[in-house]
Design a protein around this ligand. Structure first.
Ligand SMILES: *[C@@H]1O[C@H](CO)[C@@H](O)[C@H](O)[C@H]1NC(C)=O
Ligand SMILES: *[C@@H]1O[C@H](CO)[C@@H](O)[C@H](O)[C@H]1NC(C)=O
Ligand SMILES: *[C@@H]1O[C@H](CO)[C@@H](O)[C@H](O)[C@H]1NC(C)=O
Length: 485
């Protein structure tokens, strides 16, 4: 009897990749949840002041973007804080309706106000920038407010001349970039707090962005093993992953120094089915092992335009094995389906790298191992479905990966070619000797899954700072040796 160790493919394996649909999510500018159109009929002094408060200079303001993917809507919130008495922010999206024209030139912007009260209010508030040479007024132009700006654009105003007769304010300044001006900011994608979803049009925003996990695992190959008298073939028709992952991002930076950066991830009806068929034949004493990437599915452009956020998740499907020794020839089939509870949650802290996780212990369903001939062999095979995140926020880079690895393994020695038809229910991982119908089998089948997270800095992606196993789950398989004669 030969005891089979775990095992199976080779590095020269070239697998045909299925064309996979790229995914994409580009956030578009959206209005603040508290934005109102103050078209008030009867203006008295207090309602007038309230409607003109949209011109008020602020030290801190929030901008919103929305995206949609897989029918889910997602919200991104960028909150900037100038953190400096010498700079203030005003946002044109809030008061564009009070302007009759906006004319952007190379070195300034001319705003024409709709009436004298509005002009007076604006002048009283914005005169501030002229009162000290060091003061800057950051005017955030909405998308297309200049005609030529496709996205929100901050414009740094250094002085203003007010022309009351024509109701025009001439702003001198230059267009700039978010990352150049703001060193204190907070970005949140997904995770919209309950309180902000009270307005109706915000109700359809999902709490988190969603990442499709519906993928076929393209596996069908014979594995050339040079110099060995063996042939190994693997195929897997029904190998696939299903469901989606919800993710959120939160990054906070103070004076250009990140204070917190985290990714959250939780499964949405996620399952992975791994039902390989392995054909082994030959005579090999040692074992071979390898891991091979099958396909990388990029998720294009989860981004907030203007260099605010680029999140490049990709899904990498891999296959790995350890096979050997082999003596004889047989087809082996086995199957495992793992599914995750939707209540599972994972938070990856990218700054003081750490992972907190709960509820990831998967449900595992197995199909019996079947062997159709006399063989002594060892095999362990696994599929690996990995989500890798590369996040860049205002040019700061982070990387993190989460992988789900269902595996199947068996050490098998079937020492007869008589009819077996035996169901062996193994109560332990230690292996069992079973006799039935004049046949003998020694088997140690197992199936399971491991779920791992690693975190790296973008410039040293191969050198993870943290590697953590979130869940390991293993169970023993029922084995059905079956004679093909
Ligand atoms: C914008 O200002 C420029 C320069 O002052 C002027 O030539 C142009 O006619 C203005 N455009 C509009 C639409 O008012
Ligand atoms: C956006 O983020 C800021 C800063 O965290 C927060 O104060 C604000 O409530 C958020 N807005 C929404 C709509 O969640
Ligand atoms: C397998 O290889 C061993 C060592 O090379 C040899 O002794 C044995 O006869 C071979 N068995 C078969 C079935 O080829």
């Amino acid at each position: 009897m030969v005891n089979i160790r775990r095992f199976w493919l080779s590095s020269s394996l070239v697998l045909s990749l299925l064309a996979q649909q790229g995914l994409s999510m580009v956030f578009e500018d959206t209005v603040a949840p508290d934005a109102v159109s103050p078209l008030l009929e009867n203006r008295d002094q207090s309602t007038e002041d309230a409607s003109f408060s949209v011109f008020d200079r602020l030290g801190k303001d929030s901008y919103y973007w929305s995206g949609s993917q897989n029918g889910h809507k997602t919200l991104a919130n960028l909150t900037v804080d100038v953190g400096d008495d010498e700079a203030n922010i005003v946002s044109m999206e809030k008061f564009r309706h009070l302007l009759t024209s906006v004319n952007c030139t190379a070195n300034g912007i001319v705003l024409e106000l709709e009436d004298t009260p509005a002009f007076g209010y604006l002048q009283r508030g914005w005169q501030w920038v002229n009162d000290d040479d060091d003061r800057k007024l950051i005017l955030v132009m909405g998308s297309k407010h200049c005609g030529w700006n496709p996205h929100r654009m901050p414009f740094v105003v250094s002085s203003i001349s007010f022309d009351k007769p024509s109701l025009k304010a001439r702003l001198s300044g230059v267009p700039s970039e978010w990352k150049q001006i703001f060193r204190n900011y907070e970005v949140t994608v997904g995770n919209v707090p309950e309180s902000s979803t009270t307005r109706r049009d915000w109700d359809d925003f999902d709490k988190e962005a969603s990442l499709s996990f519906n993928h076929k695992i393209p596996l069908s190959k014979s594995i050339p093993i040079p110099g060995k008298d063996v042939s190994v073939e693997i195929s897997c028709e029904g190998c696939e992953t299903k469901g989606s992952f919800d993710f959120g991002v939160h990054i906070k930076t103070n004076a250009g120094i990140p204070q917190s950066a985290s990714l959250t991830l939780s499964p949405n009806d996620v399952s992975a089915t791994f039902t390989p068929r392995l054909g082994l034949s030959g005579n090999m004493t040692g074992d071979i092992s390898n891991e091979h990437e099958l396909v990388t599915i990029p998720v294009d452009g989860i981004s907030i335009p203007g260099g605010v956020l680029d999140l490049g998740p990709e899904i990498v499907l891999s296959f790995g094995y350890q096979i050997g020794p082999i003596k004889g020839s047989a087809g082996i089939t086995a199957g495992v389906t793992i599914s995750l509870e939707n209540s599972a949650e994972l938070e990856i802290d990218l700054l003081s790298p750490d992972v907190s996780a709960g509820g990831w212990t998967p449900q595992i369903d197995t199909e019996p191992v079947e062997i159709d001939a006399k063989i002594e062999a060892g095999a362990e095979v696994y599929a690996k479905a990995e989500i890798q995140f590369a996040a860049s926020v205002f040019d700061l880079g982070y990387e993190a990966g989460v992988n789900l690895k269902p595996y199947l393994g068996a050490d098998v020695a079937v020492s007869t070619d008589k009819g077996l038809g035996v169901d062996v229910n193994l109560g332990s991982d230690v292996g069992a000797h079973v006799s039935a119908g004049g046949s003998k089998a020694c088997i140690t089948p197992k199936a399971g899954v491991s779920l791992n997270v690693d975190i790296a800095q973008a410039d040293t992606p191969d050198d993870p700072i943290v590697e953590k196993t979130i869940a390991v789950c293993q169970l023993n398989l029922r084995m059905t040796p079956r004679n093909r004669h």
